[in-house]
Design a protein around this ligand. Structure first.
Ligand code: NI
Length: 157
């Protein structure tokens, strides 16, 4: 495993749409292992492949001690609303409130290509939504209720 550099906001690659993973092979496993290590090293709750410069639909999360890898994740249902403050390893020196669904169901594959479905509430739901947004080039500041504050403090988009 190796640490990878985290791409920061302002880099155009963070705004691109990632492509689905097709090959569930060793290079994917190496990517996932590196993402896990990079997430833990930076005290993150989640990390998406584009944040380490790889435009593929893969995310890792760790919410309340539950680690998971989701490949080609698709949010298939959502319920309720929840507002909490979020941060992002690609956005330094800013945290802001974001409205997210309270509960989601996500369909994804594991690292071997086997499909599974996961239901998450509150922070698990929030974290998955945040990371899936990364795969579409969306950052939490775009949706933040505190976006004005971010812009005022000179934050880039
Ligand atoms: Ni993020």
């Amino acid at each position: 495993m190796a640490l990878r550099n985290v791409v920061k906001i302002g880099e155009s690659s963070l705004r691109k749409k990632s492509k689905p993973v097709k090959d569930f092979d060793e290079s994917l496993w190496e990517l996932l292992d590196d993402m896990k290590e990079t997430m833990y090293q930076n005290d993150g709750m989640g990390l998406a492949a584009p944040q380490v410069g790889v435009l593929r639909r893969a995310i890792v999360i760790d919410v309340n001690g539950m680690f998971a890898e989701l490949i080609n994740p698709e949010i298939i249902s959502q319920k309720g609303e929840d507002i909490e403050e979020e941060g992002c390893l690609s956005v330094e020196n800013f945290r802001g409130r974001v409205k997210r669904p309270y509960e989601i169901t996500v369909k994804a594959c594991d690292r071997y290509g086997y499909p599974f479905t996961l239901k998450g509430e509150k922070w698990l739901a929030r974290c998955i939504c945040h990371e899936v947004d990364h795969l579409d080039g969306i950052l939490f500041v775009d949706k933040s209720l505190d976006k004005d504050k971010y812009i005022k403090q000179g934050g880039s988009l």
